[in-house]
Design a protein around this ligand. Structure first.
Ligand code: SAM
Length: 230
């Protein structure tokens, strides 16, 4: 089923492109980084994790291998078709209402930087709606210089060159970011809207939905563990 493209988001390259401009084939190839270990170090062993925006399971599968139970949510059926061993739910995160709560809710992949403030609020409200008493929300946010240190590129041992080519203001505080992913045999691009958030703005966005940061899990402050404010 063809879903509506999210405004300001597009992608090019082989295979299916999701509404936010991600390529299913690209995410099937991307290596996983430190994400599963960061999560595993921040939550109780065996926790049930609600992963929002799971893609093909790049992080889901290593979390399952570490003994977690995962409910994986994505709006793209083509992404979800590649999930193995986790319950997969197709939904926009904004609309998700499973009628259940989880020990851990995970909003990674910089989704908290949604270009539209109302979308960001809806994403964070979905996190709170699914949070068990005493549970936590893990959020991945952008690094300090993410929008200013442009262009930049990183070469991965897997043969992937990843470039952030440009970050152009859209005029209302957000940027249109253009990224390229080049493998020896294929190239993908993604253009997406991202709203930079200082640490204060990030914490303010969480406070709007009743969340507070308990701790930053990485030195660069890109992973935060939060919970319901007292
Ligand atoms: C950048 S990819 C990251 C996928 C995965 N988290 C990873 O790290 O490999 C973002 C994923 O989130 C999904 N997504 C983005 N916004 C969404 C939304 N508002 N509701 C549901 N899925 C969303 C996209 O379809 C895509 O699969």
């Amino acid at each position: 089923m063809e879903l509506n493209r999210r405004a300001g988001h597009q992608g090019t390259g082989p295979g299916v492109i999701t509404p936010d401009g991600c390529a299913v084939e690209l995410y099937s190839r991307l290596p996983v980084g430190a994400e599963p270990d960061i999560v595993a170090g921040a939550v109780s062993p065996g926790a049930h994790i609600l992963e929002l925006g799971c893609g093909v399971g790049r992080v889901t599968h290593p979390l399952l291998e570490r003994g977690f139970t995962v409910t994986a949510v994505d709006e793209s059926q083509e992404m979800l078709d590649r999930i193995r061993g986790a319950r997969a739910v197709r939904s926009a995160i904004e609309d998700l209402d499973l009628g259940e709560t989880f020990d851990v809710v995970m909003l990674a992949s910089f989704l908290v930087h949604a270009g539209e403030v109302e979308v960001r609020r809806a994403l964070l409200r979905a996190c709170v709606r699914h949070l068990a008493a005493g549970g936590c929300v893990l959020i991945q946010r952008e690094g300090e210089d993410w929008h200013t240190n442009v262009p930049r590129e990183r070469v991965d041992p897997s043969g992937l060159t990843m470039r952030i080519v440009s970050a152009e203001p859209t005029g209302d505080g957000a940027n249109s970011v253009h990224a390229e992913y080049e493998f020896p045999d294929a190239t993908w691009t993604q253009t997406f809207v991202s709203r930079p958030l200082t640490k204060e703005q990030f914490e303010g966005a969480l406070a709007e939905v009743g969340l507070q940061v308990d701790t930053y899990l990485t030195e660069d402050g890109t992973w935060a563990r939060s919970s319901l404010a007292a």
